[in-house]
Each structure stands twice: as structure tokens, then as C-alpha cells.
Design a protein around this ligand. Structure first.
Ligand SMILES: [Zn+2]
Ligand SMILES: [Zn+2]
Length: 344
């Protein structure tokens, strides 16, 4: 089969590899649509500490069952599936406490095991048993179902920090994640979403997802602007969804009294954020980190898409063949694309 194989940072090759062999307890999936994730771009460019080369990466997965092992009863050839890439062990302390996303033995498809940048991928017993594998309804296209992965994390974040009726939500970073946050915050009843971004192109696109106010942070001071929009009060929820320590600092300064600040995006390794903790102290802010999602939250995100409540089609701006990954990365980096979907 053809696959996109990562040999090291900035060394990715489209080549012929052996097709996985379907064991008695496995499902062989023919990949149909792959989401290009910002974290894939990071891994392609800088590598990833958990990846052992050569590695077929890719973790936003949809496909059709090509073959099933003789002991597999739940799936049959032809089934259309969405596969969540995070597989908790259900045995460690974090799992037992219900924090599956923080599992101490978490298996991530595309990092520790083969991902979906290929024509075929094996769903091993562990994935079928401990992970989330969902049947895509006939009327939903693979390209849309694949949005479930980034939405799962966004869904989990907003559920964990309780974005609710009447909130003003400020979101820093209007990449695909920021746009998903915008759309979801409106569904959850936010009174207003303030989109903050340095790229004019991305900022304008965020309007399509429901952003009520746009702030170009390369031209104006986002903190002063958020205060102005909210009559001096600040935002109830502030989400930093970009890899910037400045954004984290600004986020704290634009929250209202008793507001919640969420660090959704990681920052480059070793970069430290210099925070005036008095702002947190005197305003009684809640500062929370966010990473990943539980199995249940992945299922809930999927149902938001299958029900049509969140229009996944709007997020997919480009569909390209897998072998054109360089073009896909460029379209994403430049901000021209919101989400690029690849097809093997
Ligand atoms: Zn992703
Ligand atoms: Zn675990």
C-alpha cells in the first residue's frame, strides 16, 4: 500500500509499504478521509518525543472496514467508521479516577502505533476494546465525520469549564481550533464571542462561525479592546488557543472578576510565561489547563456532528490527495485553509 512515512523532522516520504495483516481479533480499515492537524504539522517539522522513526503518523481517522478477524463480531466489511485516536488503558490511577485523557499508559494512534496517513490501518484489539470506534451514518460524509477529533478536545474543554448562557467568551487564536471553539460557545449559549487573531484573513473567516467581535491583535491592544467591548467588565471565559506565552498573559488580563482563563494551546517547550499573579489573586480568577478528552466526550462530540447541530462541512475548506501533504501544510500554515482533509 501507499503511505506517508515520517523518517525524522522535515523528512516525510510518500512510499510503498507492506499492508498490515488482519489478525483474528483485528479490523483492517481502508482509510477514507484524514484530517490534517496542527499537531501533525508540529510533528512533521520538529519531530515528537514519543515517535520512533520510521512512523506513519495521522490521528484524525475515518475509513471503511475492509476485513475483520474471525473473532470480531461487532464490525463487518463495508462499515463506515470514525476512530478516536486516544486509547486509555482503563486500569491506571488516572483512568480509575475517570481522567481517561490523562491515562498513564495512553496509546495514541499515529504516535505510538501506526496512524492513518496510509491506504490501510489496523485497528487492533486494544483499540476496539478500550477506544472509541463509531459508526458513521450514511448521510454523513467521511470528510465531515473526521472533524470529530479536533471537536472532541474543544467539546471537552467547554464542558469542563462550563461555558454557559450569557457568557462573553474571548478566544485568542482563530485557527481551526479557535473556529470550533467559537461555533461551540454559541451553541452552548454564549452571549458574545470575541475573536482575537493576528491574521486578518483568519479573523474574517471566524465571522462565519459566529464570532461577534473581531480584534486584530497585531494592530490593536486586545486587552483594552475586550474591556471596551464589555463596558470595562472583561470576559467571563477566556480561551488561549494559540502557542504563545503573550497570549496567555493577555488572557489573564482580559478576564472579568471571578472569570475563568483556560490554557488550551501548549507553548513551545521551555518557554515560560511571566504572569502577574496579583491579577489572579485580586480578581479571584480560575486558571485552568486543558488537554485531551474522555471517551464519553469523544462520543458527545461525534453526536454533535451526526445530529447536524454543529455544521462540520463549514470547517473543511480543502480536500487534497495525501501525496500533496506539503501543499496541505502550506495552506494550513498560511491561514488560507481552516481544515484540510487528505485522501489516500
Ligand atoms: Zn488532531
Ligand atoms: Zn490508564
Amino acid at each position: 500500500m501507499k503511505a506517508m512515512v515520517l523518517y525524522g523532522p522535515k523528512d516525510i516520504r510518500y512510499e510503498e509499504v507492506d499492508k498490515p495483516v488482519c489478525g483474528d481479533n483485528d479490523v483492517l480499515l481502508q482509510i477514507k478521509a484524514i484530517g490534517l492537524c496542527g499537531s501533525d504539522i508540529r510533528t512533521i517539522t520538529y519531530g515528537h518525543y514519543k515517535v520512533k522513526y520510521p512512523q506513519i503518523i495521522g490521528h484524525e481517522i475515518t475509513g471503511q472496514v475492509a476485513e475483520t478477524g474471525k473473532n470480531v463480531k461487532k464490525f463487518k466489511a463495508g462499515d463506515r467508521l470514525y476512530v478516536s485516536p486516544v486509547v486509555p488503558c482503563h486500569e491506571c490511577k488516572a483512568c480509575r479516577l475517570g481522567y481517561e485523557e490523562l491515562c498513564e499508559n495512553l496509546t495514541v494512534i499515529g504516535t505510538e502505533i501506526q496512524g492513518d496517513y496510509a491506504e490501510y490501518m489496523l485497528l487492533e484489539e486494544k483499540v476496539l476494546k478500550n477506544g472509541v470506534v463509531l459508526s458513521i451514518p450514511d448521510e454523513l460524509e467521511y470528510e465531515q465525520a473526521v472533524i470529530t477529533e479536533p471537536l472532541s478536545s474543544v467539546y471537552a474543554c467547554q464542558e469542563n469549564c462550563s461555558i454557559t448562557l450569557g457568557d462573553t467568551v474571548a478566544i485568542i487564536g482563530m485557527g481551526p481550533i479557535g473556529c470550533l471553539h467559537t461555533a461551540l460557545a454559541k451553541i452552548r449559549g454564549a452571549k458574545a464571542v470575541i475573536a482575537i487573531e493576528q491574521s486578518e484573513e483568519r479573523l474574517n473567516k471566524s465571522k462565519e462561525f459566529g464570532a461577534d467581535y473581531l480584534i486584530n491583535s497585531s494592530k490593536e491592544d486586545p486587552v483594552a479592546k475586550v474591556r471596551e467591548i464589555t463596558g470595562g467588565w472583561g470576559a467571563e471565559k477566556v480561551i488561549s488557543a494559540c502557542p504563545s506565552t503573550d497570549a496567555q498573559n493577555q488572557a489573564i488580563s482580559m478576564a472579568c472578576k471571578k472569570g475563568t482563563v483556560i490554557f488550551f494551546g501548549g507553548v513551545p517547550k521551555g518557554k515560560l510565561t511571566n504572569i502577574d499573579t496579583n491579577i489572579i489573586h485580586y480578581n479571584t480568577l480560575t486558571l485552568i489547563g486543558h488537554y485531551g478528552y474522555s471517551n464519553l466526550q469523544a462520543r458527545k462530540a461525534f453526536s454533535l456532528i451526526t445530529s447536524g447541530r454543529l455544521d462540520a462541512k463549514k470547517f473543511v475548506t480543502h480536500v487534497l490527495p495525501l501525496k500533496e501533504i506539503e501543499k496541505a501544510v502550506e495552506l494550513t500554515r498560511s491561514g488560507e485553509a481552516i481544515k484540510v482533509v487528505l485522501k489516500p
